[in-house]
Ligand binder design. Structure first.
Ligand code: PEP
Length: 256
């Protein structure tokens, strides 16, 4: 049984006060920390609010994640943030290879791979994003694109490390567009990912890895998506900024 994980990617939104208010409202509805809760819930604020949000999540069932990380341990990398800094602030998760970083910041599979390895070495759980562009889907290349991203972004990962990674399937055309993948479209790619895991590792690893769906997940479409056998939670952008919507998605994933 895989425990679903729902993560809110707040992107470059909110003020410090609004970020703390949001997490306090979530925590008040979710109740106190409960390690047996059926869904793992993660919030990923902008770097500059990690400390304040990290303090607000203490003693609650929410976990803290970052939206990005450097692949370098320290040194002359102006503007970058290391894994050790994230751990210092209480992060347990980090999103790696989000499509906005791949397309807007030029992150390649090789860069994503180095970040995944750095995150694992530090004890962070990477949420590794993969997903095809609309043109790639229209040309029937979805499976090939996902395979290439899987192989490149997750190169050199042992089976034991793989079981600690969360994969997020996020079709680029569905992110922030309101155009959600149908449950069947999403499940098809999740099954492809699971068979890639089975071929590279074994059935136990394929069964253990949690694969989230992301891309316009909302309160009213979450239940159908989460009802698919191979969808183990969601990576949520826009709807994670609204308390009621995010809680409804958590509930659809099987929690609270
Ligand atoms: C995301 O940014 O990962 C995302 C899925 O965004 P949205 O939910 O707004 O489509």
């Amino acid at each position: 049984m895989r425990r679903p994980v729902v993560a809110g990617n707040w992107k470059m939104n909110l003020t410090r006060g609004a970020a703390v208010d949001l997490v306090r409202s979530l925590a008040a509805s979710l109740g106190p920390s409960d390690s047996s809760a059926s869904v793992e819930i993660v919030v990923c604020p902008p770097y500059v609010y990690l400390e304040a949000v990290g303090q607000a999540v203490q003693g609650t069932s929410l976990r803290l994640g970052a939206q990005n990380v450097s692949d370098q341990p320290s040194g002359a990398f102006t503007g970058e943030i290391s894994t050790a800094m994230l751990i210092d602030l209480g992060c347990q998760y980090v999103i790696v290879g989000h499509s906005e970083r791949r397309t807007l910041m030029g992150e390649t599979d090789e860069i994503v791979n180095r970040k995944v390895l750095a995150a694992l070495a530090a004890g962070l759980t990477p949420i590794v994003c993969v997903g095809e562009l609309l043109e790639e889907r229209q040309r029937g290349q979805t499976s090939a694109v996902i395979r290439k991203q899987f192989e490149g972004s997750l190169a050199g990962i042992s089976g034991e490390q793989m079981a600690r990674i969360v994969i997020a399937y996020e079709p680029v055309w569905a992110i922030g567009t309101g155009q959600v993948a149908t449950p069947a479209q999403a499940e098809e790619v999740h099954l492809d990912l699971r068979s890639l895991l089975r071929s590279r590792y074994n059935a136990a690893v394929a069964d253990a890895v949690r694969i989230q769906y992301g891309g316009s997940v909302k309160a009213d479409n979450a239940a159908e998506l989460m009802g698919q056998a191979d969808i183990d939670g969601a990576l949520v952008g826009g709807a994670s900024l609204k308390v009621g919507d995010f809680l409804a998605i958590v509930a659809a994933a099987g929690g609270h």
